[in-house]
Design a protein around this ligand. Structure first.
Ligand code: TXA
Ligand code: MG
Length: 350
């Protein structure tokens, strides 16, 4: 299949291009597009044949449900059975933006879209290109991250081209995603709303807005052996670079010492070592390929860089990766979650 690459910088000036893309979506095709979190791979979410193509293009397990993306608040109503008051509050505060809510689905939403579940995930992106495209398409757009299943989510158009060129109808090549991690997924069907995936909206922000909020036991590092994640997607290996990655946690100097020592040992064996260091520490490593995650006191920068760096390490062909541990408050919870998965939960405490 020939993939059209549509370069576009701003929604308003490029209405004609968005119309062209929306037409492909309405005809049952696949279009990748930028959002504020990561690039998405869109299809008509109400057309089971169209959503089936998403699973095929990504190599995604069919039990992993898709998020429906809408552009207007009223477009939510036909897709869900009920809207709990707590959801109203969350939408008021965080839509449009990086928050996905899980509702009981209406009969309109095909089970192919929800991985066979009776619930449906819905999000309203704030990105002008995503917003404009969904509005033009006039149907809810099912869109997982636009990467091959298992690979880091794409934060730049070039990542999407690398993974999906020739497999989908169109790629809208816009600017890099500014948040860089996926949306927070919150289940509002449970008695107490529950975070199923940490993301762009933080635990602290949610707690401040609605008071009571839980974190799914299946995604907590110390409980994940006992509990199964409620979001099917959270059980799969993800974001994994080709080389094995180890996260080193502990006091600053001990972490640096440990990574330097291990790096030297691997280099002696003729291996190529990649190091993901915070900007504060990059100069402390003299050997290996050292990449800066961003500043510790600016975790948003780390969130924005992480997936691109994991992809870069793959392209550089490193044999082994060491990463400094990050604190897990604020957006840090989402960063730590993605890093732990990328590392297959190989975490060393020094
Ligand atoms: O930021 C994002 O959310 C991006 C952009 C493109 O919007 N999309 C994204 O989609 O990350 P995806 O498919 O890569 O991740 C969706 C997550 C998966 O972990 C999936 O299992 C979970 O949401 N999910 C979707 N529907 C669900 C449902 N009904 N119940 C529980 N979890 C659900
Ligand atoms: Mg994904």
């Amino acid at each position: 299949m020939d993939t059209i690459v549509l370069k576009i910088q701003q929604e308003e000036k490029d209405r004609e291009k968005l119309r062209q893309a929306a037409k492909i979506l309405r005809k049952g095709g696949l279009v990748a597009f930028p959002t504020e979190t990561v690039y998405g791979l869109g299809a008509n979410g109400l057309d089971p044949e169209a959503t089936a193509k998403i699973y095929e293009a990504k190599g995604r397990p069919s039990d992993n449900p898709l998020i429906l993306h809408i552009s207007r608040r009223e477009d939510l109503v036909p897709l869900v059975k009920e809207i709990p008051p707590v959801a109203e509050k969350l939408m008021e505060c965080f839509w449009p933006g990086p928050l996905t809510l899980i509702f009981k689905k209406s009969a309109l939403v095909p089970k192919r879209t929800t991985g066979g579940l009776d619930t449906v995930a819905i999000r309203m992106p704030s990105h002008p290109i995503a917003h404009g495209l969904i509005k033009e398409a006039k149907v809810p757009i099912a869109a997982p991250s636009a990467n091959l299943s298992g690979k880091p989510s794409p934060t730049k158009a070039e990542h999407v081209m690398h993974d999906l060129m020739g497999r989908i109808d169109m790629i809208i090549a816009g600017p890099a995603s500014n948040i860089g991690l996926e949306s927070t997924v919150v289940d509002v069907t449970s008695a107490i709303p529950t975070i199923l995936r940490p993301g762009g909206i933080t635990y602290e922000q949610l707690k401040k807005t609605i008071g009571k909020i839980e974190i799914d036991k299946g995604i907590q590092e110390d409980l994940k052996e006992t509990f199964k994640p409620k979001a099917p997607g959270m059980k799969y290996t993800h974001y994994a670079p080709s080389a094995p990655m180890t996260i080193v946690q502990g006091p600053r100097n001990a972490v640096i010492e440990k990574i330097n020592k291990s790096t030297e040992e691997y280099i002696k064996q003729g291996k190529k070592v990649g190091i993901l260091a915070t900007e504060d520490n990059v100069k402390k490593y003299s050997k290996g390929l050292v990449l800066s995650l961003g500043k510790r006191d600016k975790p948003e920068s780390i969130a924005a860089n992480l997936f691109a760096l994991l992809r870069q390490l793959d392209l550089e062909g490193v044999d082994v990766i060491f990463a400094e541990g990050i604190t897990s408050d604020g957006i840090g919870m989402a960063i730590v979650n993605r890093m732990n998965k990328a590392a297959g939960h190989r975490i060393v405490q020094v």
